[in-house]
Design a protein around this ligand. Structure first.
Ligand SMILES: *Cc1c(COP(=O)(O)O)cnc(C)c1O
Length: 369
């Protein structure tokens, strides 16, 4: 029997919540309240309650959610922002877009998050912010990073993959000056298009970011700041308000599924490196990523068996053509480069059933001798 497994089973998720989602989305169409309004403000309340942050501001995407705090902090030409080279392009993109310089720090070889031991040596008098990424759903070392940053350097968590994750009893997005997440469909909490949010406990900064999100407006047609159109659609907010009700259940399932993958792989002595989740935090497994030798061969053999895989991410950012002006060479960030060659993500969602998971692991065992 040949199978076709979904990489992230958004179709099964829609079937589970269809009645509620359809009703809410249709209501928006008949009410014609497409921009802002009650669904958006309800969502922001739900989000701020969920994370414990004083303010949650919804945004049109995770990328805009990363951009707006940098704008609000007046980061631009001549400034430096420290981040990881092993992330999705958007993290560095927003820094460069504002004319600031992305300064990379290599990653830790077991968590794939920024290596806090290597941050201090990259701090200069131009450093305005540190943007750690909580990769694959496991939160970066936020306490250490906040301490290294002190009061002069802003810490902005790129939590686009870690919404819902815990760190020492607190939620991702509420662990530093600003946290940013994405509601891209395949993220742990996804909408039906693009979406994102910013979180902070700093009310003054929240006011400015909220204004920048909406063309820098403070009163209708009265513009205090240069802003963007970064609003989240009411329809996306409506979808998210439904999904928020089931989010904790989904997170629980994702964690069970991730842990089950790891124990099956270990029990079967399959020669791959499984995710290392530290004791004081969890992972919401935005991706379940393993490291394998001969990654591309293993991936294509799995694909032939109806098992989709993905690589997050094959080229570290310092080796991307668009950042060649930074003058970084192969060998600058050896850990990121090594991991990029071996990393591979397996199918993951709260709707992945045990039977499909067994099939995936059996095939992996067969292929990785
Ligand atoms: C998805 C993602 C983003 C960008 O989010 P979008 O909603 O796609 O704009 C930024 N950073 C990381 C780490 C991501 O995974």
């Amino acid at each position: 029997m040949s199978r076709k497994i979904e990489f992230a089973d958004l179709k099964a998720q829609y079937r589970a919540y269809k009645t509620e989602i359809d009703e809410k989305v249709l209501n928006i169409m008949s009410s014609a309240q497409f921009i802002m309004g009650k669904e958006v403000s309800d969502l922001e309340d739900n989000l701020s309650k969920y994370t414990g942050s004083k303010k949650a501001i919804s945004l049109s995407s995770g990328t805009d959610a990363l951009l707006v705090p940098l704008m609000a902090l007046n980061i631009g030409a001549g400034d430096e922002v420290i981040t990881t080279p092993f992330t999705f392009i958007a993290t560095a993109e927003v820094i460069a877009m504002l004319g600031a310089k992305p300064v990379f720090v290599d990653i830790d070889e077991t968590t794939y998050n920024i290596d806090t031991k290597k941050i201090s040596e990259k701090i200069t008098n131009k450093t305005k912010a540190i943007m750690p990424v909580s990769l694959y759903g496991q939160i970066a070392d936020m306490d250490e990073i906040n301490e290294i940053a002190g009061d002069k350097i802003a810490v902005i968590e790129d939590a686009c993959q870690s919404f819902g994750a815990d760190y020492k009893g607190k939620k991702s997005c509420n662990l530093s000056l600003v946290g940013c997440t994405s509601f891209f469909p395949s993220k742990p909490l996804g909408c039906y298009g693009d979406g994102g949010a910013i979180f902070t406990n700093d009310e003054e900064l929240a006011f400015k970011m909220e204004s920048i999100r909406n063309h820098g407006q403070i009163k209708r047609y009265c513009h205090k700041y240069i802003g963007i159109n970064g609003r989240l659609d009411a329809m996306q907010a409506a979808v998210l308000n439904v999904k928020m009700k089931y989010f904790d259940d989904e997170i629980k399932k994702r964690i069970e599924i991730g842990n089950r993958y790891t124990s099956l792989i270990k029990d079967n002595n399959i020669n791959v490196i499984t995710p290392n989740v530290l004791d004081d935090r969890n992972s919401v497994y935005a991706q379940y990523s393993i490291r394998v030798k001969d990654r591309d061969k293993v991936a294509s053999s799995l694909n032939e068996k109806g098992i989709p895989t993905a690589v997050h991410y094959p080229i570290p950012l310092h080796l991307q053509e668009c950042y060649s002006y930074l003058g970084e060479k192969e060998g600058s960030y050896p850990v990121a480069e090594k991991v990029a060659k071996e990393i591979m993500s397996l199918p993951m969602s709260a709707f992945l059933n045990n039977d499909d998971m067994d099939y995936i692991v059996d095939n992996l065992k067969e292929i990785v001798k």
